[in-house]
Design a protein around this ligand. Structure first.
Ligand SMILES: [Zn+2]
Length: 376
C-alpha cells in the first residue's frame, strides 16, 4: 500500500494506454470504468457485488449528496466510504455539471452558481471553494475542479467565455484544495469542439498543475462523431504521465473509441440505469429483455458471461421478472451490465498489454455486427 496518489503506465499500443493509479485506498487498473453511485449507492447493488464485477473505484455526486443527506452529516458519520460501505477509492464530481442540469432558478456569476434545490426548493451556493470543502467533507479520494460547460453546439465566443471562467475556477479550486497527501485533484479541460480553445484550456491547466486531467464538456448531446473528432486531439494536449478522464461516457462503443484515443478513466450511469429499464449490454449488442421473443427462451442472456444473471437464470425468467416489475429484475440486469462493462475494460487492458488492441477492437465490432442470437 502507498500513502500517496500516483500513476504508472504499464504499456501503450498506438494511443491506447494501460497502467495503474495507486491510492491509499487501493489500486485502480486503467483503463478504468467507474460505476456511478449518485446518492451513496449504486442502485440495486450491494457494494460487495459492485466490487465482485471488477470495479476498483466508484463515482459519487457532489450535487446530490450536498442536498441530501448533506456533506456535513456524512462527515459527522465518518465520511462517505464508511457511510456507504465502500472502502476502496471514490471519485466525486464537483457538482458543476449537475447544478446546471438539475437545479432550479440558478444564477451563474464569477463567484459561482446560486440555485434552488430540486428536492425542497432550499437556496444554495456552489463556488470552487465550497465544492472543494464538500468533496473534502465527503472524504473523496479523487476530487474534481469546479467548472461550467455549455451544451453543444455553441458559438466560439460562448465556449471561449465559459472555458475561461472554468480556468479561473480551476485556479481557485487548486488554491482551496491545498496540499492533501493521498488525495488527488483533477483539472478539467474545456473548449467544446474547438481545437484552439481545447489547446488554450490545456495550457492553462498545465500551468496550474494537477494530479490528473479530465476531458470535460463532451457527452453533452454532440454525438459520437463530434466526440471522437475532439478526442482525436484533446487528450494529446494533456500531460502523458498523468491519468486522463473522459467524464460521463458512455456506451460500449464510445468507451472503446475513447480508450483507443488515449483515455484512461470513464464513468457513466448507463449500465445501472439500463439495468432498471430492461436493457442488457452483451458482446452481441443490446438485448431488450421486455421483448416477447424471450418469454419461452430457456437460454441465458449470454452463455459466455459468468455473472449471476447469466449463470443461474434464463431469458424467460429475466423477461418474467421485468414484466412483473419485480425488484430482482433491476438487481440481476444491473449486475450483468456492470459485469459486462468491467469485462470490456479487462479485455482492453489485456489487449493493450499484449500489443493486440487493434485485433481486439476488430473482434469487438465483429461480434456486435452479428446481433443477438436468433429466437429458438
Ligand atoms: Zn451476465
Amino acid at each position: 500500500m502507498t500513502d500517496r496518489f500516483s500513476f504508472s503506465l504499464r504499456a501503450t499500443d498506438g494511443k491506447a494506454r494501460t497502467g495503474t493509479i495507486s491510492t491509499p485506498r487501493g489500486e485502480i487498473r486503467t483503463p478504468a470504468f467507474m460505476p456511478v453511485g449518485t446518492a451513496a449507492t449504486v442502485k440495486a447493488m450491494l457494494p460487495e457485488s459492485v466490487r465482485a464485477t471488477g470495479a476498483d473505484i466508484l463515482l459519487g455526486n457532489t450535487y446530490h449528496l450536498m442536498l441530501r443527506p448533506t456533506a456535513e452529516r456524512i462527515e459527522r458519520l465518518g465520511g462517505l466510504h464508511g457511510f456507504m460501505n465502500w472502502e476502496r477509492p471514490i471519485l466525486t464530481d464537483s457538482g458543476g455539471f449537475q447544478v446546471m442540469s438539475l437545479s432550479e432558478l440558478r444564477k451563474l456569476t464569477e463567484e459561482g452558481v446560486s440555485f434552488r434545490s430540486h428536492i425542497d426548493g432550499s437556496r444554495h451556493m456552489l463556488t470552487p471553494e465550497r465544492s472543494m470543502e464538500i468533496q473534502r467533507l465527503l472524504g473523496s479520494d479523487i476530487v474534481m475542479c469546479f467548472d461550467e460547460c455549455p451544451a453543444l453546439p455553441a458559438s466560439h465566443e460562448r465556449i471561449a467565455e465559459s472555458m475561461r471562467l472554468s480556468m479561473r475556477w480551476a485556479q481557485r479550486s487548486r488554491d482551496a484544495f491545498g496540499d492533501r497527501p493521498g488525495h488527488a485533484l483533477f483539472g478539467i479541460q474545456q473548449g467544446g469542439d474547438m481545437e484552439d480553445l481545447r489547446g488554450e484550456s490545456a495550457e492553462a491547466l498545465r500551468a496550474i498543475g494537477f494530479d490528473g486531467y479530465a476531458v470535460g464538456g463532451l457527452a453533452v448531446g454532440e454525438g459520437q462523431e463530434v466526440m471522437f473528432r475532439v478526442l482525436d486531439y484533446a487528450p494529446d494536449m494533456l500531460p502523458a504521465d498523468k491519468p486522463r478522464y473522459l467524464m460521463g461516457v458512455g456506451k460500449p462503443d464510445d468507451i472503446v473509441g475513447a480508450v483507443k484515443r488515449g483515455i484512461d478513466m470513464m464513468d457513466c450511469v448507463l449500465p445501472s440505469r439500463s439495468g432498471r429499464t430492461g436493457q442488457a449490454f452483451t458482446r452481441r449488442g443490446v438485448v431488450n429483455i421486455k421483448n416477447a421473443r424471450h418469454q419461452d427462451d430457456p437460454r441465458p442472456l449470454d452463455e459466455t458471461c459468468t455473472c449471476p444473471a447469466c449463470s443461474n437464470y434464463s431469458r424467460a425468467y429475466l423477461h418474467h421478472v421485468f414484466r412483473s416489475q419485480e425488484i430482482i429484475s433491476s438487481m440481476l440486469l444491473t449486475w450483468h451490465n456492470l459485469h459486462y462493462f468491467q469485462e470490456l475494460m479487462q479485455g482492453m487492458r489485456d489487449a493493450i498489454a499484449a500489443g493486440q488492441f487493434e485485433a481486439w477492437e476488430d473482434s469487438f465490432h465483429a461480434q456486435r455486427s452479428h446481433g443477438d442470437i436468433p429466437p429458438i
